[in-house]
Design a protein around this ligand. Structure first.
Ligand code: BG6
Length: 467
């Protein structure tokens, strides 16, 4: 019996527009990079959207959001995380005026959340860079994206100021180091210079701080968070070389949180830039913008990684963060190593470093589910493996709260089945709600409650006491 969770703890779930909405070309929406990456965010990029791209239809959330929000409300959700598709609002990214039909869609969606007392938690950019900005400007390598992004955030902040209090700037902003395409950068990773990569990062960091600044001006009550992939980095052995390697890999993530929370580049950045021969082009005013720091830190947590100085050791499978497998941990079917205690670890280290509220905005198990009939003839999934994964992580979250860490809330990833980001599959399911759609495009799109649906409902109802 766990009692650590505070009154008002924000329990809920998360999705992203491009992975669930579908309707990729309706009501004035333009193309985003997701519409041309049918095999997942790792690429390759196609010339045009192709039929095998599961995201074009997603789970048709665009048309079914009312039914879906109602189901999430039935579980007792206090918060629902989704993203705004930039290309619904500015189809090309550099348009002068926003698209009214796109704005209207999110008005309706947020109203629907409010109807059930659910707070929307909105990601401004979840790997959804407009394709036009990727093709014409090479994404965030080009400083002009800051201006286009500013138009976009001003439009959405002004429109939703009475409806959305919680905002996240860029989803997993540190992922651009591993997959530059996620920042709309079309130059293949192998050909991209460190100078261009870190310049793109600088532009995103300035844009992110600008969003915090402008959000606070337009919506004084708003709470704005940064969002990173947080994977604790363990040294593979106690060898000092491995420990130093782990520290350096950790810096790849901390660079992003340090700038967001401290409002300036950390001291170790100087050495990274020097060794990679990088000179960040700063404009007058950038330092002032960066000084607008976030209200909280949010992160996704799926796994920890191990680091070693031994270059012959191979990286783990399916692991965006790199690192080598931990011999003490088991992995999901996609090779993601499962480490509930790592969540306690990362919560403690981030809180010790910053003393800022933390928000876990993604956590979950991607697994193949089997639709079966229960004793009453209703279709369901007996997903005890998912319940175990989530339960184990929540117990560690409760431990961290006992350790004194301030945690605002917890949103599981893919609370309703959706299209996977890394592999673009539907068979990699995370949800409490099963969606009848398969990787060959077949399926009725009907929704069915899994066993975990009832489990999570009870967790929320008891504010964690049922864990
Ligand atoms: C995170 C992303 O990296 O992980 C999500 O923010 C993504 O968009 C999630 O869906 C799970 O990854 P995947 O590849 O299993 O969908």
């Amino acid at each position: 019996m766990v009692k650590s969770f505070t009154e008002g703890f924000l329990w809920g779930g998360a999705v992203a527009a491009n992975q669930c909405e579908g309707a990729y070309n309706l009501d004035g929406k333009g193309l985003s990079i997701q519409d041309v990456t049918p095999k997942g965010v790792i690429g390759p990029v196609t010339e045009e959207p192709t039929e095998d791209n599961m995201k074009l239809v997603g789970i048709d959330f665009y048309h079914r959001y009312k039914e879906d929000i109602k189901l999430l409300a039935e579980m007792g959700f206090k918060v629902f995380r989704t993203s705004i598709a930039w290309t619904r609002i500015f189809p090309n990214g550099d348009d002068k005026e926003p698209n009214e039909k796109g704005l209207q869609f999110y008005d309706n969606l947020f109203d629907e959340c409010k109807k059930y007392g659910m707070e929307p938690l909105v990601t401004i950019s979840h790997y959804e860079t407009p394709l036009h900005l990727a093709k014409e400007y090479n994404g965030w390598t080009d400083r002009r994206l800051i201006g286009f992004f500013e138009n976009y955030i001003r439009a959405i902040f002004t429109r939703y100021k009475g409806k959305v209090k919680y905002w996240l700037t860029f989803n997993e902003i540190n992922s651009i180091i591993h997959i530059p395409l996620l920042g709309g950068v079309m130059t293949p990773k192998e050909e991209l210079s460190a100078q261009d990569l870190y310049q793109a990062i600088h532009h995103e960091l300035v844009a992110s701080a600008l969003a915090t600044k402008i959000a606070h001006e337009i919506m004084p009550d708003a709470k704005v968070g940064c969002m990173v992939i947080a994977a604790p980095v363990y040294p593979l052995s106690p060898k000092p070389e491995d420990v130093i390697q782990a520290l350096q890999t950790e810096h790849d993530t901390l660079l992003f949180t340090d700038v967001h929370v401290r409002g300036k580049y950390p001291s170790y950045a100087k050495r990274i830039f020097k060794e990679k021969n990088i000179t960040i082009q700063m404009e007058p005013g950038d330092e002032e913008i960066l000084s607008h720091t976030v209200d909280f830190i949010s992160f996704s947590y799926y796994m920890s990684i191990c680091e070693t100085a031994d270059k012959d050791k191979k990286a783990g499978k399916g692991n965006l963060m790199g690192g080598v497998p931990n011999p003490y941990l088991e992995a999901s079917e996609w090779g993601w190593q499962i480490d509930p205690k790592g969540l306690r670890h990362v919560l403690n280290t981030l809180y010790d470093r910053y003393q800022k509220p933390l928000f876990i905005v993604e956590n979950g198990l991607g697994a193949v589910d089997q639709l079966v009939e229960d004793e009453n003839g209703n279709k369901t999934v007996i997903d005890d493996y998912r319940i175990k994964y989530l339960n184990d992580h929540l117990v560690q979250l409760a431990e961290a709260i006992e350790d004194g860490v301030e945690v605002m809330g917890y949103t599981t990833w893919g609370c309703i089945d959706l299209v996977s980001a890394s592999t673009a599959e539907l068979k990699k399911r995370y949800g409490f709600i099963y969606v009848d759609r398969n990787d060959d495009g077949r399926g009725t799109l009907e929704r069915y409650k899994k066993k975990s649906f009832y489990w999570y409902k009870e967790v929320i109802e008891s504010n964690g006491a049922s864990l």
